[in-house]
Ligand binder design. Structure first.
Ligand code: ZN
Length: 300
């Protein structure tokens, strides 16, 4: 069982000091994929004249823009960082960056556009372009803090997490969430990449994870192990369903997700599809006629 963290003390628009170097403002965009909304992080000391970075400005929302500008009043924003280009993370970056005169830094735009996600709140912000493209591995030096860019593809092909070296903490975007597993929606989402990114994060032994949605994960190692085990279990369950003669995703999902609100089954179908694509690439299942969402799948 994943030790989910669902208690979350927040109020929309309020700026909370959540660690010595981190403040958070939550946008009012709750939903089945955003939990209580997008949490925008401000990194740096809360002092007049201090230099700060802002991570994931969030959705286009005037009230949230106002709350962010209030929160950084009298300070200098040196970096606007974006974990990935989904609409609950990226669109406010440009108006915020223009208001404070800071450059936007993020990974390149995604290679694959999302089509399958009409059912998700996770559509692509097609207009998003960073001022500076991060490749991963860069160390961004700020005013009393250092942030490392860490590539974590999987949830999105261009997902990037940000390491706050001073607190051995990771701003993990939607790569890991405390309240839920993350949606891997093909074609842009990729389960094999996701598992590799999860292993990379596990290998770094961070003290705290700060997801964009919800509360921090303060006991990171056991949480991540459970999170990883859950995916491997799910993969084994999908294979077992195929062996039991359920050849289509539409047959597998009602069995595996019987306990889940059927409104989330479209998203669950995408996750099962992501598992099957990874299994197909690994030569463990075959797709007829092609690895599409409505294919017939057989174990090899
Ligand atoms: Zn999100």
């Amino acid at each position: 069982m994943i030790p989910f963290v669902r208690d979350f003390d927040f109020a929309y628009g309020r700026c909370d000091q959540v660690s010595p170097l981190i403040r958070r403002v939550v946008a009012n965009n709750p939903g089945p994929f955003t939990f209580t909304g997008t949490g925008t992080y401000i990194v740096g000391r809360d002092e007049p004249g201090a230099g700060v970075a802002v991570i994931d400005p969030g959705p286009l929302d005037d009230a949230h823009l106002g709350a962010l500008l209030d929160a950084v009043k009298g300070q200098t924003v040196s970096h606007v960082l974006v974990t990935h280009t989904h609409r609950d993370h990226a669109p406010l970056a440009r108006p915020f960056a223009e208001a404070v005169g800071a450059p936007i830094m993020a990974a390149r735009p995604p290679l694959r556009t999302i089509h399958a996600s009409a059912t998700l709140d996770e559509e692509e912000d097609d207009a998003f372009l960073p001022d500076l493209v991060l490749k991963g591995g860069e160390r961004l030096e700020g005013d009393g803090w250092t942030i490392e860019a860490l590539c974590t593809p999987g949830h999105a092909s261009n997902h990037m997490a940000f390491v706050l070296e001073d607190e051995n903490a990771l701003f993990c975007g939607d790569h890991v969430m405390g309240w839920s597993t993350t949606v891997i929606a093909p074609p842009d989402g990729d389960m094999a990449d996701y598992m590799a990114s999860l292993d990379a994060v596990i290998g770094r032994d961070f003290a705290t994870l700060w997801p964009t949605h919800g509360a921090p994960i303060t006991d990171a190692a056991p949480f991540l192990q459970a999170y990883r085990a859950h995916r491997l279990d799910r993969e084994a369950q999908v294979l077992a369903q195929l062996r039991a003669g359920h050849a289509r995703i539409a047959d597998v999902v009602p069995v595996l997700y019987a306990a889940v609100d059927p409104r989330l089954w479209p998203a669950a179908s995408l996750s099962v599809w992501a598992h099957l694509i990874a299994l197909e690439k690994a030569g463990r299942v075959r797709a007829t006629p092609a690895p599409a969402i409505d294919a017939q799948w057989t174990p090899v």
